[in-house]
Design a protein around this ligand. Structure first.
Ligand code: CP
Ligand code: NVA
Length: 306
């Protein structure tokens, strides 16, 4: 069994394709109940943004592994009163076995990780959301029996989800297309990294044409048009993003067997219509469930207990 003992997961690009496959394979075994992993470790959750899925799935995963979870919500700790990250990191490192952090700047988790020896997991930053992508890939693999050669199309804001999806798909040999409005494209550094990871094996396409991107896709993915921390822009973005809505018309261009994914929470009739979210192609509830299995596998491997 491959070990990731002591490693951090700050970006999807921290993993190799073999490591992603190993996490997905353990996640599938844990889900099926064919493998049981036990540990008595302590996970800290240091979240500076709201969360339902990530908070609960990490907590339940750790409880099911036999470990404990500590809520280190910024408002309950000195973090909320401005204690420096470099101090918090060195102190929590002495108590915890692993920490999952949800915050704004990617630089903050990088700083934390450089001052803590325990595994540090990116539970969402403005830059990336790698844990979500592990569950997304698990969901696609369950549907199609594999990943290589499939095409994922992400339509919407070139945000943290778009970034981690681009890297994750490139790593596992999937084609990835991102369609975003001008001014909201994924960051060029991520596009370059995804292209580097993909090599000449698969396509990495960034476009402003949602219809072109959706053509023949096996998975169509979207996310909110304004992420946490961007609430002030939510209203002004609506007209710009309207042509990037995932609706039945866009889905008619995808592969007939295509599935629809959304990290949730969703804003019905904005980035996705109710009909598509609740329709037969939607796999969003399996996707949400898979957060539990994928993160349990990730925890087990980072803690070296798998
Ligand atoms: N998808 C996701 O990360 O959801 P939460 O914000 O509820 O954790
Ligand atoms: N892009 C969204 C994802 C939420 C899971 C956000 O950052 O708010």
């Amino acid at each position: 069994m491959m070990s990731l003992k002591g490693r951090d997961l700050l970006s999807m690009a921290d993993l190799t394709s073999d490591e992603v496959r190993a996490i997905l394979s353990l996640a599938a075994e844990l889900k099926a109940g064919t493998t049981i992993v036990r540990c008595e470790k302590v996970l800290g959750l240091l979240f500076q943004k709201a969360s339902t899925r990530t908070r609960v799935s990490f907590s339940v995963a750790m409880y099911q592994l036999g470990g404990q979870v500590l809520d280190l919500n910024a408002s309950l700790t000195q973090v909320g009163r401005g204690e420096p990250t470099i101090d918090t990191a060195r102190v929590l490192d002495r108590y915890l076995d692993v920490v999952a952090i949800r915050t704004f700047a990617q630089a903050e988790i990088e700083t934390f990780a450089s001052y803590a020896k325990i595994p540090v997991i990116n539970a969402l930053t403005d830059w990336e959301h790698p844990c979500q992508v592990l569950a997304d890939l698990q969901t696609i693999q369950e549907e199609f029996g594999g990943l290589e050669g499939l095409t994922l199309t992400y339509v919407g804001d070139g945000n943290n989800m778009a970034h981690s999806l681009m890297l994750g798909c490139a790593l596992v040999g999937m084609n990835v297309r991102v369609a975003s409005p001008e001014g909201f494209m994924p960051h060029p550094d991520i596009v370059a990294k995804a292209k580097h990871l993909a090599g000449d094996r698969t396509e990495v396409l960034v476009t402003q044409d949602a219809k072109l991107a959706a053509k023949g896709a096996h998975a169509v993915y979207t996310d909110v048009w304004a992420s946490m921390g961007q609430e002030d822009e939510a209203e002004s973005r609506v007209p710009l993003f309207q042509p990037f809505q995932v609706n039945e018309e866009l889905m008619s261009l995808a592969d007939p067997e295509a599935i629809v994914l959304h990290c949730l929470p969703a804003h019905r009739e904005e980035e996705i219509t109710n009909a598509v979210l609740e329709g037969p192609q939607s796999r969003v509830w399996d996707e949400a469930e898979n957060r539990l299995h994928a993160q349990k596998a990730l925890l087990a491997m980072l803690l070296g207990v798998s």
